[in-house]
Design a protein around this ligand. Structure first.
Ligand code: CDP
Ligand code: ZN
Length: 160
């Protein structure tokens, strides 16, 4: 059996905060306003897995009211969900991702992000694709007020 999951995440951008996307540190003059490290891509990947397996959403698993998750490394949260997904008999086939950011230019980082996401999903690197889109200078993305990510993931039951 195959199941598809969709993940989305948005973070407001604020000055002088480290920007980490897909587990990769990116040089920039602003970063996410977030309880955790605010990694939009890893949060969207996590939600895609939770969606495909009918396990709810990231806020249910890791409430942002929980002081334990303050400044949390999102790769640790994703790894916990991957372990749960595997224990329920699912494996990830592929993930296709879009990061929405007016700046900075992400093309130099896309391959590293895809590799890191694949590593966290425990699948070969060629099964993760990362795309980037500007906001064409309009809306909250285009005005550099926010960054966002969307991810679709396909999972297969290990039983078949
Ligand atoms: O051309 P189109 O309007 O569809 O897309 P765009 O959002 O203007 O992005 C054009 C190119 O810039 C794409 O190849 C993106 O991967 C790249 N890009 C990037 O490197 N970094 C961003 N923050 C946004 C887009
Ligand atoms: Zn988030």
């Amino acid at each position: 059996m195959f199941r598809v999951g969709l993940g989305h995440d948005t973070h407001r951008l604020i000055a002088q905060v480290p920007l980490v996307i897909g587990g990769i540190r990116i040089e920039h003059d602003r970063g996410p306003d977030a309880h955790s490290d605010g990694d939009v891509l890893l949060h969207a990947v996590t939600d895609a897995l939770l969606g495909a397996t009918g396990m709810g959403d990231i806020g249910e698993w890791f409430p942002d009211t929980d002081p334990q998750h303050a400044g949390a490394d999102s790769s640790v949260l994703l790894s916990q969900v991957v372990a749960e997904v595997h224990s329920r008999g699912w494996e990830v086939i592929n993930a296709d991702c879009i990061v929405f950011a007016q700046k900075p230019k992400l093309s130099p980082y896309k391959q590293a992000m895809a590799q890191r996401v694949a590593e966290l999903l425990e699948i070969p690197a060629d099964r993760v694709n990362v795309k980037a889109k500007t906001g064409e200078k309009v809306g909250p993305i285009g005005r550099e007020e926010a960054i966002a990510a969307e991810v679709v993931a396909l999972l297969q039951s290990r039983a078949e």
